[in-house]
Design a protein around this ligand. Structure first.
Ligand code: PMP
Length: 419
């Protein structure tokens, strides 16, 4: 395996961590060192590791068979649970990853509108489909003088892909209006994560989200919410908190109970593109492991365990941890902040107000500090994302969250002392 793993996200210097097992909010590496898990497979493991209900649900299904060349009742049950939580969606289909679900959402928007172009936020991550990767790694060297740049991410991305993606800065309604005015009739949809992690994990302003939905609809385009990570924030995900009604919602991570999953959900008229009309569906959608019953059963258990009270509890823990880290920055005399909402948090080593991707783009010093922060936490027995992302789980107690705060405080003090 190039660089020794199958996942860019888990690479780190001096070497990636190899885990052997997990229980609750703790994980053990192959050298038997224990960590508090504050990344939880990049937000997916909302109940931590080996949650008894999820294990029981998956094991029971494994004994009955793990995947069939036919539908099972389990997908109906999970579909009903998810549609019950999402007032904006009438129908849903399952995939094996968020990447695939975003891809199907884009194809659905294109088929439903008969238009090709997709608008996305600069720096926002939506998985590794060509179109959704555009601008993911804009840098001061290539972002030019405009407000946002449509740069290909993977080398070799066809120019035609980039041509059909328009990139806009986050939280900037004027920039969006300008794009819609110029190219509105060609736009199939706007793909937006209301709190895009890679673009900074800065919550969208409510007026921005509402203005965006109105403006996109006014030109006949569709609003696609990527709630792969934000769905955990409330019973109806971010759209419930922001009181927005997207046409299409993309889900993933927590809805699979720890197994590979994605889903695309939406209004009936839009989702009709996946249905056969006489001949074949406008957007055919196959997949050997789509809605496999192990994922579905674990997903049902995951959603049932994720009650409103549990969401509130981990959101409160997240709010307290975020406040604590902001205070620790101040106490250490280091420029920086902790942003996010509820159980999702991210640190930035910057003095500037954080508003969008460019405002959090790290300079050499910030990059170095973030790297030291990440390693400092690992060395103190806390796992977080290398980009400073943290995602809490229902397996955590306040004591566990306080232990994360202690490790963060110590590390920030250490960084401040070393300059
Ligand atoms: N959208 C968002 C917002 C994500 O965070 C991710 C994964 N981190 C994806 C899409 C892609 O999901 P997956 O890794 O399951 O393909």
């Amino acid at each position: 395996m190039p660089e020794g793993t199958t996942r860019t996200t888990v690479l780190m210097d001096p070497f990636p961590i190899y885990l052997s097992h997990g229980a609750g909010c703790r994980v053990w590496d192959v050298d038997d060192q224990v960590f508090i898990d504050a990344i939880n497979n990049f937000t997916a493991m909302i109940h931590g590791h080996a949650h008894p209900d999820l294990v029981a649900a998956a094991m029971a299904q494994l004994r009955l068979g793990s995947a069939f060349g036919a539908a099972t009742e389990s997908e109906i049950e999970l579909a009903e649970l998810l549609i019950g939580r999402l007032p904006s969606a009438d129908h849903i289909r399952f995939t094996n990853s968020g990447t695939e679900a975003v891809m199907m959402a884009i194809k659905a928007a294109r088929a439903a509108t008969g238009r090709a172009k997709i608008v996305k936020i600069e720096g926002a991550y939506h998985g590794s489909y060509d179109a959704s990767e555009v601008s993911l790694d804009s840098t001061p060297d290539n972002w030019g003088t405009g407000q946002a740049a449509a740069n290909a991410y993977a080398h070799g991305t066809p120019a035609g892909v980039v041509h059909d993606v328009i990139v806009v800065p986050f939280n900037d309604l004027d920039a969006l209006h300008a794009v819609l005015e110029a190219q509105g009739a060609e736009i199939a949809g706007v793909l937006i994560d209301p709190m895009p992690n890679r673009a900074g994990l800065i919550p969208a302003r409510a007026d921005y989200i509402h203005g965006l939905c109105d403006a996109v609809h006014a030109v006949g385009g569709l609003v696609i919410f990527d709630e792969v990570i934000t769905f955990r924030l409330g019973m109806s995900g971010a759209q419930g908190l922001w009181q927005a009604t997207p046409d299409i919602t993309v889900l993933g991570k927590i809805i699979g109970g720890g197994f590979p999953v994605g889903a695309v959900a939406g209004r009936a008229e839009v989702m009709e593109v996946f249905a056969r009309r006489g001949g074949r569906a406008p957007v055919p959608h196959g997949g050997t492991f789509n809605a496999n019953p192990v994922t579905m059963r674990a997903g049902i258990a995951s959603m049932n365990a994720l009650t409103g009270d549990e969401i509130d509890r981990i959101n409160r823990m997240g709010d307290d941890l975020r406040d604590g880290i902001c205070r620790a920055f101040e106490a250490a005399g280091l420029p920086g902040t902790c942003v996010g909402r509820g159980s999702l948090l991210r640190l930035h080593f910057t003095e500037k107000p954080v508003t969008d991707y460019r405002s959090v783009y790290p300079d050499a010093q910030a990059r170095d500090r973030l790297k030291r922060f990440h390693l400092g936490l690992v060395n103190r027995g806390v796992l977080i994302g290398a980009n400073g992302l943290m995602a809490l789980s229902t397996a955590m107690s306040v004591e566990d969250a306080n232990a994360v705060l202690d490790a963060a405080r110590d590390t920030l003090n250490e960084i401040a002392q070393c300059g």
